[in-house]
Design a protein around this ligand. Sequence first.
Ligand code: GLA
Length: 356
Amino acid sequence: MISPEQHPSPEPEYMNAFSDTIDGKKVELFLLRNDNGMEVALSNYGAAIVSIRVPDKNGKIEDVTLSYDNLSDLRAGKSYFGCIVGRFANRIGGAQFTLDGVTYNVPKNDGNNALHGGVNSIDKQVWKARKMNDAIRFTIDIPDGENGYPGTMKVTVVYSLKADNSLVIDYTATTDQPTVVNLTNHVYFNLSGDPSRTILNHEVAIRSSQFTPVDSTLIPTGELKAVKGTPFDFSASKPIGRDINMDDQQLVFGKGYDHNFVLDKRNPSEAAVVVVEPVSGRKMEVFTTQPGVQFYTGNFLNGTEKGRGVSYAYRTGFCLETQQFPDAPNKSQFPSPVLRPGEKWVGQTIYRFSIQ
Ligand code: GLA
């Protein structure tokens, strides 16, 4: 068993554990490193972040993600650790939407709803990979009709690691028929570096005055609700655990936080979300061009996913999935997720690490 402290560093053995050939396609691990000792491991299976290793306040370098030890666990995973989800991340109510008068039915893989692009979507496929200077570029073509969605969609995701400890994720998508798009990364963070601890002590600030309340199946009602006076108010930094167990119907529906926050208009150089883990001193800032962020507190983790010598338990990781709003294809009042031929969908999200 590997203890959290001994999380496999990218030695040949670790690289081999993530190398294989699937359906004739080569799968490998790619590493990005900078001069501060920060290191990001990426797989072209699911275009996934496999680990992010950053120093704490004492210079100790640890993985701050929930991660697997090998490719077979990544393949078998059910919680979307680190991977790119699409073509429509998050939920579509009733697994159905109408675009230009045509109704599309997509797989119901979350009760009566569609979740994260369907079954064996791009999170469970081998992407093409190209190494660049400080970056890795992953590309995939989603065929017309795959998982019921219209249009061949060409998707590019570029991960770059910068000298200031920013992991930059650039997304582009094009299509040959009108379709809907919502691409995000589903990495789970635990900035303590010890994934046997919950994330409830992490202090979070979100530049958001409104969130999109949901029904009991986590489909937005369509309302934009002010966070003020609710447990969803993160306008001033507070520990995740402060209000998470309050008697609040939205928290009951989400089993905790599992909601889309509407990001306030702000200067692009201002972080949309800031997270600090007080014991390690690690700080993470999230910058994004996307209109929303799904703040998910690992409420479905139940110990079945394993890695780093740990069974990942309830609320031991959190996600900040920058995104279009859930069920946007059925909610004309939400920012439009429609992509048409000749248009290019572009998105950028940055996770920047430092010490506080
Ligand atoms: C998203 C959803 C959650 C859950 C996770 C995966 O964050 O909003 O409800 O489905 O993905 O477990």
